[in-house]
Design a protein around this ligand. Structure first.
Ligand code: SF4
Ligand code: SF4
Length: 263
């Protein structure tokens, strides 16, 4: 199960941010006015599990020609944990606090997290974050409690435009591909999917997006890779090196034993 966020219909109302906070009892996150944008939330964090980005651009809106309806547009996109298929946060967690659920989502068990913070630099998207008060990490659970009860996540339920859709990933991918095609047909050539490909560097995201510009414009890495990808090879090399070292030491002792310590 997962999320498909169609940013082409997001109106920036932030109902998703509010619903997430309310349902999950996420604490206030020190809201500050940036003075530069409506994006006063500024980013995902331990106390912000959904973040609606506002990107102001000097470009025509949708399929309009330059100069036709003004050359200023807003891109809005509700960002969230990607619930990666190959999740590095989960790979590096020494306590088993991060788990893959029966829905395929990635969840932190708050009573098991010891606050070591190893998962924070491991996340290729910079999503997971420690709460200052106790050091434990917090992030979107894809409303584990709600989906377990057959409900959709709070953000998807609250979104008035269906920008956030919840369901089986295969179904969502089909719907998303059809939406991109429809946008291309009406001249929105920049529409593209992000995180939908099971063959990408994280094995596909459980929360993927329809974007109207390059991922970097939205602050997303263009080609994310699971940061623990090389760990098995590194352990193999370390094992070979350790075996060679032990072999060398054993050979020295064996030679020493044969000569009885005589010079
Ligand atoms: S986006 Fe980051 S925190 Fe979320 S599952 Fe992937 S690695 Fe873990
Ligand atoms: S609730 Fe829907 S339309 Fe409103 S900001 Fe969130 S994603 Fe956009």
């Amino acid at each position: 199960m997962g999320f498909f966020t169609d940013t082409s219909v997001c109106i920036g109302c932030k109902a998703c941010e509010v619903a997430c906070k309310e349902w999950n009892a996420v604490p206030e996150d020190g809201l500050e006015l940036t003075g530069m944008s409506y994006d006063n939330t500024q980013g995902l964090g331990a106390d912000t599990w959904r973040h609606v980005a506002f990107i102001e651009q000097r470009k025509p809106v949708g399929n309009a020609e330059a100069g036709e309806r003004g050359d200023l547009r807003w891109l809005m996109a509700s960002d969230v944990c990607k619930h990666c298929t190959h999740a590095a946060c989960l790979d590096v967690c020494p306590t088993g606090a991060l788990v893959r659920t029966e829905f395929g989502t990635v969840v932190v068990q708050e009573d098991v997290c010891n606050g070591c913070g190893y998962c924070v630099p491991a996340c290729p998207y910079g999503v997971i974050d420690q709460r200052k008060e106790d050091g434990r990490v917090w992030k979107c659970t894809l409303c584990y409690d709600r989906i377990g009860a057959g409900q959709e996540p709070a953000c998807a339920k609250a979104c008035p435009t269906d920008s956030i859709q919840y369901g089986p990933l295969d179904e969502l991918r089909e719907r998303a591909a059809a939406r991109v095609e429809a946008l291309h047909d009406i001249g929105v050539a920049d529409a593209r999917l992000y995180g939908d490909d099971p063959d990408d560097g994280v094995g596909g995201d459980g929360a993927f997006f329809l974007l109207l510009d390059e991922p970097e414009v939205y602050g997303l890495p263009p080609d994310p890779v699971v940061t623990t990808r090389d760990l098995p090879a590194m352990w193999r090399h370390a094992g070979v090196a350790a075996a060679a070292l032990l072999g060398g030491v054993a050979a020295v002792f064996a030679a020493h034993g044969r000569t009885g310590g005589r010079r």
